[in-house]
Design a protein around this ligand. Structure first.
Ligand code: ADP
Ligand code: MG
Length: 609
C-alpha cells in the first residue's frame, strides 16, 4: 500500500516551476518585476539562445543583505505580504514568494546582491535547487541574477520550449511592455551582447514608444486621458483609420501591470468600430488605474489575464473615453485639413463655376446648398455639436462663434474662407482637391456612405417622423411566421421612419409608402434585408437595433455601386463630409480621404514648389 508523504521542498519547487516559469520570458518577467519592486532606476536584461542558455537581469535597486539573499530562495519567502487579506491590496508585482526558489530549482542559478550600507555583496550559486556555494563578493548596490541552462535538469519541460527565435520574441515583447509601463526607469535589452533597445529614463510615454517600437508606431498614436467613476485612463490611442492587422500592438496595463484583458480588448474594438476597418486593430498603449480591490489579479499564476469585479462599468468608461477622444481627433483632422501652414499660400480661391442645376437632386439636405455650394468655407467646416447635416449652413459672410473658434485654432487672419479647390477626377470614385495644407485624394463612395449614415442616424435620433413618399402602386410582401413577428414588433419604428405597411391577410403585407431616402422600387428589398438582419441578430428589431440596422441598410441601399457622381455632386459631398461628426472614415472604418501635405511634396522635389 503506498504511504502518504510530504514532498521534499526541492521537488515541490520543481513542480511549481512548471506553473510559474513555463518559458524563458516568464523567468525574465519574474526577475524584472522583482527589480521594479526593489525600486530600481536602471535595469539591464541580457539573454542568449532565446534565454534557454542564459538570462541575466541586473538592477540598482535596494538589494538584499546576506540573510535576505539566502531567505529569498526559500519557498514562500516574500517581503511583500504577510496575511492572505493583503492580497486584496497588493500593489507590488510579486507576492507569492515562489518565483526565485522555483527558477533556482530548474537551472544553474547565481544570485548576487548588495544592500545599502553593506560592506560587500553576497553571491549564492545553486544548481538544480542544490546550494553549491554562498560567499561574499564585490559588487555595487543592487541585485544581479543569472539563470543558465534553464530546464536542463527537467528534459520534459525543455522539450516544450519553442525555437530560439520564438523564445527571443517573447522576451523582447515582455521587456518592451515593462519598459512602457515604467518610462522613469532606464532599460537596456541585450541579446548576446548586441543591443536590442536602450532607453534612458523618459518623462513622456510617446518618447518611450518611439525609442522601443520606432517612429512609425509613435506617429500613428495620440494621447488620451480621462478620470472619473474611480478610474483613471491614460496613454496613447491609434489615430482614426490607423489599424494594424494583428492585436499585437493593443497593449493594456492595469495599475502599471501589463495585462491581457478581454474586457479591455473588446471595449477598444467596439469603440473603434467605425474608425478602423473590420478585421484591423487599433494600436494602443493604455493604462488604467483602478482600486486594486476592484480587480482580481490572482486568476492565473502567470498573472496576465485579469478580471474586473465590475466588468460592465469598466467597459462603459473605456468605450466612452475612447469614443470622445476619437471624435475629438476626427475633429482635429478636419481642422488640420484646413490649417494655413504657409503664409505664402495665396488666399484667393478660384473655384469652378458650377451650374446649380448640375448639383445633386437626391436627398433631403438640398436645402444646405446655396449658390456658394462649390466653396467649402471655413464656417461650414466647424462642427457645432448637433449634426450639421440637418441644419442649414450659415450665410457665407456671417461670422459665427464657431468661425471665431477656428480662427483661434488655426491662427486664421483674414476674412476669406479656407477652401478645398476641386481639381478633377482621377479614376472611378477618386477625385482630387487642393487645400492650403496639401493635395487631397477623396473617395466619393466612401464619403457618400459616411454622409448618408450620419444623415439617417441623425434623422432617426431626432425621433421626428421622417418624410414619407406614397408608392404609386403598393407593393405586396409575403413573409414567414418569424419574419411577420419581427415586422410586427418593428412596425412602430418603421412607420416612424416613413414606412406605411398594412396587413392584408395572414403573413401578407402591403407597403404603401416608404421614406424619401429610399428609391421607391427598393422598398421591398430594403425590408427583406432589414428582416434578415434582425433575424440574425436574434429577432430584436426594436429600439436602437432597428435604428442601427435601418441606418446601415440605408447606406448600402442608398446608391447602386458604379453609379457615377457628377462634379457638382462631388463638391457638395465634400462639403457635407467635412461637416460630419466623423469625416475621416466610412462606416466600415476605411478612410474617406487622404491628404498629402505640401511639405511632403517639397521633400519629394527637394525644393520649394
Ligand atoms: P515575491 O516577488 O513574490 O515576493 P520572489 O521569489 O520573486 O517572490 O522574491 C522573493 C523576495 O526576494 C522578494 O519578496 C524580495 O524581498 C526579494 N527580492 C527578489 N528579487 C529582488 C531584487 N532584484 N532586489 C531586491 N530584493 C529582491
Ligand atoms: Mg517576485
Amino acid at each position: 500500500m503506498p504511504s502518504i508523504r510530504i514532498l521534499p521542498d526541492r521537488v515541490a519547487n520543481q513542480i511549481a516551476a512548471g506553473e510559474v516559469v513555463e518559458r524563458p520570458a516568464a523567468v525574465a518577467k519574474e526577475l524584472l518585476e522583482n527589480s521594479i519592486d526593489a525600486g530600481a532606476t536602471q535595469i539591464e536584461i541580457e539573454y542568449r539562445n532565446g534565454g534557454k542558455a542564459y538570462l541575466r537581469v541586473e538592477d540598482n535597486g535596494k538589494g538584499m543583505n546576506p540573510d535576505e539573499a539566502l531567505l529569498c530562495l526559500e519557498r514562500h519567502a516574500t517581503s511583500k505580504i504577510r496575511e492572505a487579506d493583503d492580497l486584496l491590496l497588493v500593489t507590488s508585482f510579486g507576492f507569492r514568494g515562489e518565483a526565485l526558489p522555483s527558477i533556482a530549482s530548474v537551472s544553474r542559478f547565481t544570485l548576487r546582491s548588495r544592500a545599502e550600507g553593506q560592506e560587500a555583496g553576497r553571491e549564492i550559486f545553486l544548481n538544480g535547487g542544490k546550494m553549491i556555494h554562498n560567499k561574499d563578493c564585490g559588487m555595487p548596490e543592487g541585485t544581479r541574477i543569472e539563470v543558465a541552462q534553464l530546464f536542463n535538469s527537467v528534459p520534459a519541460r525543455r522539450k516544450f520550449l519553442k525555437t530560439e527565435a520564438t523564445e527571443s520574441a517573447h522576451i523582447c515583447h515582455l521587456a518592451r511592455l515593462y519598459a512602457l509601463a515604467h518610462p522613469q526607469i532606464s532599460f537596456t535589452l541585450l541579446e548576446s551582447g548586441r543591443t536590442i533597445f536602450r532607453s534612458p529614463s523618459c518623462s513622456d510615454l510617446n518618447d518611450r514608444v518611439h525609442e522601443i517600437f520606432g517612429r512609425g508606431l509613435a506617429e500613428d498614436m495620440e494621447p488620451v486621458e480621462a478620470e472619473g467613476e474611480g478610474y483613471h485612463l491614460y496613454g496613447l490611442l491609434a489615430k482614426p483609420g490607423k489599424g494594424r492587422s494583428t492585436r499585437k500592438e493593443m497593449l493594456f496595463f492595469v495599475n502599471r501591470r501589463p495585462v491581457e484583458s478581454k474586457t479591455l480588448a473588446y471595449s477598444l474594438i467596439e469603440a473603434y468600430n467605425t474608425y478602423v476597418p473590420k478585421g484591423r486593430y487599433p494600436p494602443v498603449v493604455l493604462f488604467l488605474e483602478i482600486d486594486p480591490a476592484a480587480v482580481d489579479v490572482n486568476v492565473h499564476p502567470a498573472k496576465r489575464e485579469l478580471r474586473f469585479r465590475e466588468e460592465g462599468k469598466v467597459r462603459g468608461f473605456v468605450i466612452r473615453t475612447v469614443l470622445d477622444r476619437l471624435r475629438e481627433l476626427s475633429g482635429d483632422g478636419r481642422i488640420q485639413g484646413i490649417t494655413l501652414e504657409d503664409d505664402s499660400v495665396e488666399k484667393e480661391f478660384v473655384l469652378p463655376r458650377l451650374d446649380p442645376s448640375a448639383l445633386p437632386a437626391p436627398s433631403a439636405n438640398r436645402s444646405n446648398l446655396d449658390s456658394n455650394a462649390s466653396l467649402i468655407s471655413i464656417s461650414d467646416v466647424v462642427s457645432t455639436g448637433e449634426s450639421p447635416l440637418t441644419k442649414a449652413s450659415p450665410p457665407p459672410n456671417e461670422k459665427t462663434e464657431a468661425d471665431e473658434q477656428v480662427r483661434k485654432i488655426v491662427g486664421f487672419r483674414d476674412d476669406t474662407g479656407v477652401a478645398w479647390r476641386f481639381l478633377g477626377r482621377v479614376q472611378g470614385d477618386l477625385v482630387l482637391f487642393s487645400t492650403d495644407a496639401g493635395v487631397v485624394a477623396f473617395h466619393c463612395r466612401a464619403a457618400y456612405e459616411r454622409v448618408r449614415l450620419e444623415q439617417v442616424e441623425s434623422a432617426l435620433a431626432s425621433g421626428k417622423s421622417t418624410e414619407s413618399q406614397i408608392l404609386l402602386i403598393p407593393e405586396p410582401i409575403e413573409l414567414d411566421g418569424v419574419e411577420a413577428g419581427i415586422l410586427e414588433s418593428a412596425l412602430p419604428e418603421l412607420s416612424n421612419q416613413g414606412f406605411a405597411i398594412e396587413e392584408f391577410g395572414r403573413n401578407f403585407y402591403r407597403v404603401e409608402a416608404c421614406p424619401v431616402w429610399i428609391e421607391p422600387g427598393e422598398s421591398i428589398s430594403f425590408l427583406r434585408d432589414f428582416l434578415d438582419l434582425a433575424r440574425r441578430s436574434g429577432g430584436s428589431a426594436v429600439g436602437s437595433v432597428a435604428q442601427e440596422e435601418i441606418a446601415r441598410l440605408a447606406v448600402v441601399r442608398g446608391r447602386a455601386a458604379g453609379d457615377d457622381f457628377a462634379d457638382g455632386e462631388v463638391i457638395c459631398l465634400a462639403e457635407q463630409l467635412l461637416r460630419c461628426h466623423n469625416p475621416l472614415t466610412c462606416p466600415q472604418g476605411r478612410p474617406t480621404y487622404v491628404e498629402h501635405p505640401w511639405r511632403e511634396w517639397k521633400k519629394h522635389f527637394g525644393r520649394g514648389l
